[in-house]
Design a protein around this ligand. Structure first.
Ligand SMILES: C[S@@+](CC[C@H](N)C(=O)[O-])C[C@H]1O[C@@H](n2cnc3c(N)ncnc32)[C@H](O)[C@@H]1O
Length: 346
C-alpha cells in the first residue's frame, strides 16, 4: 500500500505545527464526510448551491453549507460568488470511476481503519492488535465476511497500485522473465500493467479465491486476458509453481516474521532455480520520509497482528532465513522500493 503523507509542517512555529498534528482528524473527517455523503458525485455535472445539494442528498442545509465552505478552504471544492460550489481538480479524486480515483481509499480509511485507530492507546498498553480488539477477528477474515467493507478494501488496494504501478513497471526490467506470479496480487492490476508492457510475458495473479474473482475484468480491460490467469488459494499452503519471476507488493508488511517466512519459503520451494523474487514494500529509511514509512508502520500495528514495515537490515535477515539473498533495493517513490532477491547459493 503506497501513501505519501504531507511533509511535517516545519515552516510553522511550534504551536501551529503541534495544532496541525493535534487536529489532523478534523481534516480527514471532513474529506470522509464529504465523500460519504456523495457530494463529489452530486457535483460531477456542474456547480450547485448548498440548498439544492441538501435537497438532493437529504441532509441539513446549514451543516452542509459549513462542510462545503471548509472543504473549499481545503482546496477540494471551489466556492463561487453566486453561492455555488464546484469540484476542484483535487476534489475530482473523490469521485468513483475517474482516473486515479481515491474514493475507495477515503471510505476505507474513514470506516473500520478509523475505528481501529481509535484503539491505538489500548493496543500500545496491552500489545494486542487494535483491529482485533475492536472487531474480534483478523482484518482479512473481516473483509471476507463483510462484503461491502471487503469490496471497499479491495478497490482501495487497486487504487494504491494504480498510483505506483507505472513506477514499478518502469523501475525493473520485467523483460527478463517468462512467467511472473503476483502473490497476493488482489484484482491483478499490477500484473496486468506489467504484461501490457512486456508482450513476451505470461502472468498469474494469486490471491484468496473471493478476491481474484475480480481480476478477469481487469485482464480484459487491459487486453492481456490471453496471457494472464487468476488463481485462488492460500499463500500459507502453496503458491503457483515453476515461474521464474515472483512479485509480492505490500504483502510481507502485513505479517509477522514467522508468518512471512512461511510465505517466502513456499515461494522458494517452487520457483525456478534461476528465478527472482521481487518485493514492492515501504522500506524504513532514515531521513525526511521516515514520517511516511513509520506512520504506515503504525497503521500495520493497528490493523494486523504482527504486520510491520521493516528496515533494509530486517529484510536482509528475513530473506536469508527463507533461503534468499537480497541483491538490490531500488527506491521507486518516496514510499515504495523494489527489493530484489535470488535463491541463495548453497
Ligand atoms: C495489503 S493487500 C495488497 C494487495 C496488492 N498486492 C497491492 O499491492 O495492493 C494484501 C493482499 O493479500 C491477500 N491475502 C491475504 N491473505 C492471503 C492468503 N492467505 N493467501 C493469499 N492471499 C492473501 C489479500 O486478499 C490482499 O489482496
Amino acid at each position: 500500500m503506497q501513501t505519501q503523507l504531507p511533509a511535517p509542517p516545519t515552516q510553522c512555529p511550534p504551536f501551529g505545527m503541534m495544532m496541525q498534528y493535534i487536529t489532523g482528524y478534523w481534516v480527514s473527517q471532513a474529506v470522509y464526510t464529504l465523500t460519504k455523503l456523495g457530494v463529489p458525485e452530486a457535483l460531477k455535472n456542474g456547480p450547485a448551491d448548498a440548498e439544492s445539494l441538501a435537497q438532493t442528498l437529504t441532509v441539513n442545509v446549514d451543516f452542509l453549507y459549513r462542510l462545503l465552505r471548509a472543504t473549499s478552504a481545503m482546496g477540494l471544492l471551489e466556492a463561487h460568488d453566486n453561492g455555488q460550489f464546484s469540484l476542484s481538480s483535487l476534489g475530482q479524486l473523490l469521485r468513483a470511476n475517474v482516473p486515479n480515483s481515491m474514493q475507495a481509499i477515503v471510505l476505507m480509511m474513514g470506516e473500520e481503519h478509523l475505528t481501529a485507530w481509535n484503539r491505538l492507546l489500548d493496543g500500545v498498553q496491552t500489545g494486542q492488535t487494535p483491529f482485533e480488539m475492536e472487531f474480534g477477528t483478523h482484518c482479512f477474515d473481516y473483509f471476507e465476511k463483510n462484503q461491502r467493507a471487503g469490496e471497499i478494501f479491495n478497490a482501495a488496494m487497486t487504487s494504491f497500485v494504480e498510483n505506483e504501478v507505472s513506477q514499478i513497471a518502469a523501475a525493473f526490467d520485467f523483460g527478463q522473465f517468462e512467467q511472473l506470479v503476483d502473490v497476493g496480487g488482489g484484482h491483478g492490476r499490477l500484473v496486468a500493467s506489467i504484461l501490457k508492457q512486456n508482450p513476451q510475458l505470461t502472468g498469474v495473479v494469486f490471491d484468496l479465491p473471493h478476491v481474484v474473482n475480480g481480476a478477469a475484468a481487469i485482464f480484459e480491460q487491459e487486453g492481456v486476458a490471453n496471457r494472464a490467469k487468476a488463481e485462488g488459494g492460500d499463500f500459507f499452503q502453496a503458491v503457483p509453481a515453476n515461474a521464474d519471476g515472483y512479485i509480492m507488493s505490500h504483502i510481507i508488511h502485513d505479517w509477522s516474521d514467522n508468518k512471512s517466512l512461511e510465505i517466502l519459503k513456499n515461494i522458494h520451494k517452487v520457483m525456478r532455480p534461476n528465478g527472482k523474487l521481487l518485493l514492492a514494500e515501504t522500506v524504513i529509511l532514515p531521513g525526511p520520509n521516515a514520517i511516511n514509512s513509520t506512520l504506515m508502520d503504525l497503521n500495520m500495528l493497528v490493523m494486523t497482528p504482527g504486520g510491520r514495515e521493516r528496515t533494509r537490515t530486517e529484510y536482509e535477515a528475513l530473506l536469508s532465513q527463507a533461503g534468499f539473498s537480497l541483491v538490490n533495493i531500488t527506491p521507486v517513490s518516496p514510499m515504495v522500493s523494489i527489493i530484489e532477491a535470488v535463491p541463495a547459493a548453497l
